[in-house]
Design a protein around this ligand. Sequence first.
Ligand code: NAD
Length: 365
Amino acid sequence: MSQYSRRKFLQQLGAGIILLPGVPRFVHAAVPRSDKKLGIALIGLGSYSTYELAPALLETRNCRLAGIVTGTPEKAAKWKERYKIPEKNIYNYQNFDAIADNDDIDAVYVVLPNSMHHEFTLRAAAAGKHVICEKPMAVSVTECTEMINACRKAGVRLLIGYRLHFDPYHQAAMKFRMSKEAGQLHTVDAAFAFRIGDPTQWRLKKSLAGGGPLMDLGIYCIQASRYSTGSEPLTATATIEEKTDPKKFAEVEETIRWQLEFPDSVTATSMCSYNKQANYLKLTSENGWLELQSAFSYGGISGRTNTGTLDFPHINQQALQLDGFSRCITDHLESDADGEEGRKDMKVIEAIYRSAATGMKESVK
Ligand code: NAD
């Protein structure tokens, strides 16, 4: 190790970052606490904010819930009391831009329906606030590019809510291909599906969701394929299954299946659906395999490899993600869950939809 790379290695170790060759860079939360607690405002107080992110923000060491943005005054009153949020840190969608003058809020977390991510990221960047944006980052590659450019121009960070980058089971999947015993990776198999309820919800409306389960669930399979292989897919071949409930799924696909070809003849086969049950990730290689069940859930993941059971302690994915992102912002650290990563997934999503429409193998560009 040269003196320079040794010094860099020691600095990274001190900062809690381990850069392994070929493994996505991420910041884990087992790190010394940053001096400053980043003030975060949640935009959109729906189920993910209410049941996952706000409770996680009570556990974080590097950030805190500083403000909220909501279109519902009753929610504002409840959250104000429950989380002791000062009135001056409560915004609605109309007066949101005034957040520019609020020093309590360093970053916003966009937790709105998918098609609103673009608008609120642009407005947050214009207000000089760092942005954490939920997945899918946006509903088109063009929107992703505009979001990346707006944040770059404003000098603020753009990070995407890829919570599984912070989960030890998925970190094991990221490293699997590098274990000497496993040998060359051959296949990735991933599926994520559940039966969706309320037929009136935004997830079933194209204008708000941008697409169906591919945007919402398939993106986890695409992510897993990309971080397990450590490379970008070259082509996509996809089919949309015939709808069993055409009324409910009038605007979006019900079930979609696809295959991605990666360099070195690695293939990834996936399915996602709003009307089936599936939740797994399987990797096979020359000499081994790795399998995760409940793979994409918030917890309760189980894992095995050809050499034994994976057994990691329970962690809070959202708290680790929020702390990790906060360190990235306060300490100017890189993250692999950034806007560029979100855009790469969107390129794959667009290629999958193109292939489903043309019936041809489409290149990912
Ligand atoms: P939700 O329906 O529970 O909440 C959406 C929020 O947006 C609500 O507060 C709603 O009032 C508000 N909203 C504002 N304008 C709206 C409009 N025109 N139509 C509908 N709602 C509107 O949704 P959610 O499950 O919290 O999802 C929000 C975002 O978070 C989505 O992008 C989703 O993909 C993402 N998400 C990510 C994860 C994860 O594990 N990373 C989990 C769940 C959701």
